[in-house]
Ligand binder design. Structure first.
Ligand SMILES: Nc1ncnc2c1ncn2[C@@H]1O[C@H](COP(=O)(O)OP(=O)(O)OP(=O)(O)O)[C@@H](O)[C@H]1O
Ligand SMILES: [Mg+2]
Length: 239
């Protein structure tokens, strides 16, 4: 379970995250949607232990994020909105490097890489230098690097940027399979169809406040509209 309680983060007068409450059970995919500047990245960075909250409490698998950041780091995989990869390593070398940071043995590394390759379809590119990669290939390697240590919670800020439809489909399948194994996926997206497609739960954030939380089918079937129409109305009502 990921439990976020009354989370707050201010930048001077800007209330980037302003009292967010979310509980996400295992085996589920949560999609965080909201306009630019709503507080999605700030929330994800707090969950990734890169920013300290000003107020509130976060527990991941029962472990307190502020009190035990080292334990939390092992539990999470994080893909920022602009991932960083070493250009002078090959994809395989980079993934091996990351797995060594987590003390993963060679055999386990090979097994996990083969599992990830089933979805991410690296092909021969995995042994070419990162500097030669297309945007989509970099993104796939970044996704693999965040899953190579088999985390409990996967955090991804805008996972589908730059992916072609086939790669996007495979990544969705990977996230579903990952969640099914007792894990949690927490993603932010502007692609509302993605949220509709794979999320068990969506959260709409605007100006640091969660203005809707629930399952996407409920939301769309009750109003007989698609998520895009509902989203635009919700945001308009607030401005
Ligand atoms: N380091 C910072 N210093 C000052 N203000 C910041 C900082 N980072 C974010 N903010 C502000 O906090 C608010 C939330 O930003 P955040 O990046 O979390 O939004 P977001 O929902 O991820 O937006 P987007 O969809 O554009 O990625 C914005 O008003 C932003 O300008
Ligand atoms: Mg952002």
């Amino acid at each position: 379970m990921l439990a976020i309680k009354d989370l707050k983060k201010y930048y001077g007068k800007v209330r980037a995250v302003d009292g967010v409450n979310i509980e996400i059970p295992e085996k589920s995919i949560f999609a965080f949607i909201g306009p630019n500047g709503a507080g999605k990245t700030t929330t994800i960075k707090i969950l990734a232990t890169l920013l300290l909250p000003d107020e509130g409490e976060v527990k991941i698998g029962g472990i307190d994020l502020v009190k035990e950041p080292k334990k939390i780091k092992k539990l999470i995989g994080y893909i920022p909105d602009t991932p960083f990869l070493y250009e002078k390593l090959t994809g395989r070398e980079f993934l091996q490097f990351v797995s060594e940071l987590f003390y993963i043995d060679r055999k386990t590394f090979k097994r996990r890489l083969s599992y990830l390759d089933d979805y991410l379809a690296f092909g021969d590119w995995i042994d070419n230098l990162v500097e030669s990669y297309s945007h989509g290939m970099k993104q796939r390697v970044a996704i693999a690097s965040s899953l190579i240590h088999d985390p409990y919670l996967l955090l991804i800020d805008e996972p589908m940027v730059g992916l072609d439809p086939l790669s996007a489909k495979r990544v969705k399948d990977l996230f579903k399979d990952f969640a099914t194994g007792g894990k949690i996926v927490f993603l932010s997206t502007h692609t509302l169809s993605l949220a509709e497609d794979i999320a068990d739960m969506v959260g709409v954030i605007n100006r640091g406040k969660l203005i809707y939380r629930g399952n996407p089918e409920e939301l769309t079937s009750r109003k007989r509209e698609n998520l895009e129409e509902i989203f635009l109305k919700m945001i308009a009502e607030q401005t």
